[in-house]
Design a protein around this ligand. Sequence first.
Ligand SMILES: [Mg+2]
Length: 201
Amino acid sequence: MIIAVLVNVDKMKRKQKTFYEDAKKTISQLQLSQEIELGKTFEDISKIYGIKSKFISKMCAEKNILANSHHKKIFLNNMEFNRNMNIYKYIEKASRNCPDLGGDLNNQLHMAIGASTEANELLDAYKKWFAYGKPLDKINVSEEIFDCFWYLLNLCRMLEIDPEKGMDTNIAKLQARYPEKFTEYYANNRDLEKERKILEE
Ligand SMILES: [Mg+2]
């Protein structure tokens, strides 16, 4: 009797494993990340792709993809937020050590070049992992991400671009480009006029 129960449990476990492997074939990691970035919940994604939400949750945990769900809450609760910092306070503080090279062109170009060189430093951190098999230096990755931020947000300040409005616009543009989800078709058939109108709003 006990053996029969154990065999059945083992069978069920194997079945679940197969279902999970099938689910992973239904949605790619890239698609899953994009759905999460668009603000979809596990339940939303579950309905769209016909995959059990517990599998989506498992995939997100496995791939370290954060979602508008308990994973995100756990992540956020574990983060030590510096409540004294927000994007506008950051810009104000970041402006203090931004040199004046004289003239709009010099200053703005300095920021655009700087963002690009810092993005290359970010790539270099990944190159060490990808090409040389060293462990990813997450501290260095974080440093380079925020070095990019420093240049980009100083550029926003110089151009009087509101970063929060910019984030909203970026998401609105992507929602117009991919009305339901990311597909290669939508990626290759963009309505640039519609996107431009959103950017100009
Ligand atoms: Mg750097």
